[in-house]
Design a protein around this ligand. Structure first.
Ligand code: VG1
Ligand code: CO
Length: 543
């Protein structure tokens, strides 16, 4: 075993996006690629000597190899201790919990989340702070700067560390503590929710189906839903994490979780269905014959969280990402809660949570979470739903109907145009930006533009400002369109168009989503010239 210094040169494009650095797996496997980025993390956070870090990932292809490299670099950089999940596995929320629980100096999460995995698919690396949350923009900017200047990195040359059993290993002077990835997380869930009530519900013939999509939540869901809560074996499906997620796309939405949708809309449907993504931070909720949009789910959770012991004393406030529907605002209004609007990406919730301004937050992209960790949390959302269902003893459809009757309904959909040539996507956004001032007062498919701007966020806690966070068009009557480009893709550009329309007429609360949004969809194309710029007449994915 010896410590060596390897000469390297900067590699272009190592700029962290919405959630860490994501690239094709083969790019990450290229010479010095991972090592350069990890060295830049060490530099960007002011060195790691004497520190304790958490390490784990979603188990995708290259997860195991990358973990070994990071351990050898950590030891060479003088890290005191690394706490690593068995087989280098940790769901993103479990990693966040572990960082907080152990008071560690941060952690590295290996994941490209909902992106497919495999040698020809995607890989990612993300640094989380001592609060358990994704590094904020000033830190990711320092990491990016460091990638442009890296000249060498230190690494230990040695055999692989056996990470297959909990226990303690050493790598030079560095201690490696291998932990069961599930147990601390499961204990946290038990402290927040009424497990007895959920157990009663599941014992009363209420059937659930949780689709782990061959990703990291399988082992977590088996322990929590089947072993602890007594759901019959087989309630958790596709529970074995696989390096390529079984060839699937571990993105919990009606398109990629179609099998679950088919079951839930079929004749012998269970009462409750749910799915999670590659790294376990997203969730999809579906009842018998009814899909709950993530924005609606967030609103329902905010309205009913007090039914769970962990939130019995009420919420401090709530937050949503800007493109997320304003169903949450309606609940906040009624409950007298502050409601914050942040840019896309969980890192923007961290300060609000740390400062005690909000308890619950969420995004339209199937992420919901609370102040229990500093990441969104898929299984947490599933358990909160089950706790609410156990307390109310209503079906998902009944809960949704009651919610819309009380608060009104924000019809909502996101249309994604994937793999667009970046020049075309940028031209579309530039043209929109340049024309914003001319829009107010204009009418598109019967909708009159009231406001048009580009969202910038001033963080109320640290005063930092984040610009160019999406273009928002508001219409009189409450409809809204948001345009932005994705920051998580690895090929071309993805244009996201977020569509929303408000309905309070009790007779019109049960319309089909795309139909209720038809005028808004038409207005989006008229305003942005989507077909003209991209040549596309249909989105690739509608959620
Ligand atoms: C997407 C979602 C965003 C989410 C991010 C990371 O980002 O829109 O809401 O926070 O993915 O989620 P973008 O920039 O592609 O729109 V995950 O589960 O991929 O960590
Ligand atoms: Co994810």
């Amino acid at each position: 075993m010896q410590r060596i210094t390897v000469e390297t040169t900067p590699i272009e494009g190592q700029k962290p996006g919405t959630s860490g650095l994501r690239k094709k797996t083969r790019v990450f496997m290229g010479a010095h690629y991972l090592e350069n980025f990890v060295q830049a993390i060490w530099t960007g956070i002011g060195g790691v000597e004497g520190k304790t870090l958490v390490l784990g990932g979603d188990g995708r292809y290259f997860n195991d190899r990358a973990a070994q490299v990071i351990l050898r670099m950590a030891a060479a950089a003088g890290v005191r201790k690394v706490i690593v999940g068995r087989d280098a596995l940790l769901s993103t929320p479990a990693a966040s919990n572990l960082i907080r629980l152990r008071g560690s100096d941060g952690g590295i999460i290996l994941s490209a989340s909902h992106n497919p995995g495999g040698p020809d698919e995607d890989f990612g690396v993300k640094f989380n702070m001592p609060n358990g949350g994704p590094a904020p923009e000033d830190v990711t900017a320092r990491i990016f700067e460091a990638t442009k200047r890296v000249k060498s990195y230190d690494i230990i040359e040695t055999q692989d560390i056996d990470l297959s059993k909990p226990g303690t290993e050493r790598l030079g002077a560095m201690e490696i503590e291998i932990v069961d990835p599930v147990s601390d997380y499961a204990a946290l869930m038990e402290s927040l929710f009424d497990f007895d009530a959920i157990r009663d519900l599941l014992g009363s013939g209420f059937r659930i189906r949780f689709d782990a999509m061959h990703a990291v939540t399988g082992p977590y869901a088996r322990v929590i839903l089947e072993d602890k809560l007594g759901a019959p074996p087989g309630s958790v499906v596709h529970a074995e994490p696989l390096p390529d997620f079984g060839g699937g796309h571990p993105d919990p939405n009606p398109i990629w979780a179609k099998e679950l949708m088919d079951v839930m809309f079929g004749a012998d449907a269970p009462d409750f269905g749910a799915a999670s993504d590659g790294d376990g931070d997203r969730n999809m909720i579906v009842g018998w014959g009814i899909y709950v949009t993530p924005s609606d789910s967030l609103a329902v959770l905010a309205a009913n969280a007090h039914l769970a012991p962990g939130y019995a004393s009420g919420l401090k406030g709530v937050a949503r990402s800007m493109p997320t529907s304003r169903a949450l605002d309606r609940v906040a209004d009624k409950l007298g809660l502050d409601c914050y609007e942040t840019p896309t990406g969980w890192k923007f919730f961290g300060n609000l949570l740390d400062d005690g301004r909000v308890t619950l937050c969420g995004e339209e992209s199937a992420g919901t979470g609370s102040d229990h960790v500093r990441e969104k949390d898929g299984l947490w959302a599933v358990l909160l739903w089950l706790n609410i269902l156990a307390a109310k003893r209503q079906s998902v459809a009944e809960i949704m109907t009651a919610h819309w009757n009380e608060f009104g309904r924000n019809y909502y959909s996101r249309h994604d145009y994937e793999g667009v040539e970046p020049e075309k996507a940028n031209a579309l956004v530039d043209e929109l930006r340049d024309g914003l001032a001319t829009l107010p007062g204009k009418k598109f498919s019967g909708l009159v533009v009231e406001t048009a701007d580009e969202f910038a966020y001033d963080d109320p806690v640290d005063g930092s400002r984040s610009e160019r966070q999406g273009i928002r068009i508001g219409f009189s009557g409450g409809a809204r369109i948001v345009f932005r480009l994705s920051g998580t893709g690895t090929v071309g550009a993805t244009l996201r168009v977020y569509l929303e329309n408000v309905e309070t007429d009790p007779a019109r609360l049960h319309r089909a989503q795309q139909e209720a949004l038809a005028p808004v969809i038409a207005a989006a194309d008229a305003i942005a010239g989507i077909a003209r710029h991209t040549g596309r007449t249909e989105p690739d994915v509608m959620t």
